[in-house]
Write a protein that binds this ligand. Structure first.
Ligand code: AMP
Ligand code: MG
Length: 322
């Protein structure tokens, strides 16, 4: 079976085509705001302007007649952005006369991570712009064992980065600054049970930079503190659930220091650490195509009239039959 998948939850409009064995095509066009963070309507406008070109590039690599199913990111995400992807998907499905599959975006991050790393039953740390969750499968559902109480770690990093004049997305810039940090400055470490919060760190880090602390030291301290919170909860979930695999997914997963901290934690408890290649860490169409393929193979498709986007779609709502 060959599945085409469209990702459009936030900054990236991306289309992937996959079979059971390989990623056949992946084309995209990223939106980057001129100033400030991602503006949902502007991002949606971007997606609608470039969608045709991205699709054209995909169909230069794969013939449309080879497509068996059309998948799209149904949520969670920004409503206006989601609607562009869903509209394009509906149009392609109708034109080709193929079934349509609405995919949960978080589930797609987990499934492509498992597929590309061969992890079997991991505790997944999913860290992206809008989301930060610790996820593991129990029976026929993925469950969220811990998550952010306010903003996602990616948005927290981006907000701090903007304050000190770095371009969006701020993750890579903060990582480079942090590598030059020499001194740890204490930051609010907020873990409540299995949940955590990042807004306190952002406010504190911004204030210290305004007071004249070296941005390198603050970026370093920010990363050390926020990542330690994530690693603590991930480890506790692994202990509770008696799992010996840890999978890292989501755009923030590109960060070398976060990887290193998780690797150390895994080594200390004799667990395996997995992370997919950087290209498939952040939002991409291949993850939607692959999860859509799994769903279609298990008979989960939808009618066009049931394909409304779901900005608050949670991973627990999906029954897993594979
Ligand atoms: P996603 O929504 O999964 O595509 O992830 C996007 C987020 O990943 C943005 O907030 C970026 O700032 C963040 N990000 C990308 N690269 C890095 C990095 N090297 N370190 C930390 N965060 C990163
Ligand atoms: Mg994402």
């Amino acid at each position: 079976m060959i599945s085409l998948g469209i990702e459009s939850t936030a900054w990236n409009f991306s289309i992937g085509v996959v079979s059971e064995d390989e990623i056949i095509a992946l084309e995209g066009n990223a939106y980057s705001p001129k100033e400030g963070g991602i503006h949902p309507r502007e991002a949606a406008q971007h997606h609608s302007e470039i969608a045709g070109d991205v699709l054209k590039r995909v169909f230069e690599k794969v013939s449309s007649s080879e497509i068996d199913v059309v998948s799209f990111s149904q949520g969670p995400g920004m409503g206006p952005c989601l609607r562009i992807g869903a509209t394009v998907a509906r149009a392609i499905a109708l034109k080709l006369g193929k079934p349509l599959v609405g995919v949960n975006h978080c589930l797609a991050h987990v499934e492509i991570g498992k597929w590309l790393t061969n992890a079997k039953d991991p505790v997944t740390l999913y860290v992206s712009g809008g989301n930060s969750q610790i996820i593991a499968r129990r029976g026929d559902r993925y469950r969220v064992f811990g998550e952010t109480l306010d903003i996602g770690i990616g948005n927290a990093i981006d907000k701090f980065a903007r304050h000190i004049g770095l371009p969006h997305p701020g993750g890579p810039g903060i990582e480079r600054l942090a590598q030059k940090g020499k001194r740890y400055v204490e930051m609010p470490y907020v873990v409540k049970g299995m949940d955590f919060s990042f807004s306190g760190i952002v406010t504190h880090a911004m204030r210290l930079c305004d007071e004249g602390y070296r941005t390198e030291d603050i970026a370093f301290s920010f990363q050390e503190t926020a990542f330690a919170m994530l690693v603590e909860v991930t480890e506790r979930a692994m202990a509770y659930l008696e799992r010996d695999e840890c999978l890292l997914v989501g755009g923030v997963g590109a960060n070398k220091r976060l990887k290193e901290m998780l690797e150390t934690m895994c080594k200390e408890r004799d667990a395996e650490f997995y992370a997919p290649p950087a290209e498939y860490m952040g939002d991409n169409g291949a993850m939607i195509a692959y999860t859509g393929l799994l769903m279609a193979e298990h008979g989960i498709t939808m009618e066009t009239q049931d394909s409304q986007v779901r900005p608050d779609f949670r991973i627990e709502e999906v029954r897993i039959s594979w």
